[in-house]
Design a protein around this ligand. Sequence first.
Ligand SMILES: [Zn+2]
Length: 168
Amino acid sequence: DEPAPHTGEFADPVTGIVVPARLDYVHTPGRAQSAYIKALEERRTVGERCPSCRKVYVPPRGACPTCGVATAEQVEVGPRGTVTTFCIVNIKAAHTANLDIEVPYVYAHIALDGADLALHGRIAGIPYDQVRMGLRVEPVWSEGARHVDHYRPTGEPDADYDTYKELV
Ligand SMILES: [Zn+2]
């Protein structure tokens, strides 16, 4: 019985496979990000001010991308901030840590008070269809972890568009 050569045609070809994957990273944060991460341990958010344009970068990268100069002056920002823009998420994330988050939920750009760069965060404690630009929010920290779980409304009046329009 001689094996017949294959034609290359399959009646039921495999078109995809699902494979669990995990990627572990070793990250060396450097001077500026180390200060940022250390401050998070105390539930503080620290950025750095550019000596030239005076903008405060959060998280700090150690240099101003506009002026091309090193930043060194540390500035504490927040904890409160303003929603500058947002989206409503309707797809349940496959990420294990997000499995308990019901959709739809809101993910927003938040300009912490004193910061000239918006960071990202989930908004909770308010119906998703009531989140709006200018909404004032404060962080709710994760128990036993050095990161913010989500932001919730402070109850303050909304911020004027002029106060955050450069950060949208
Ligand atoms: Zn600058």
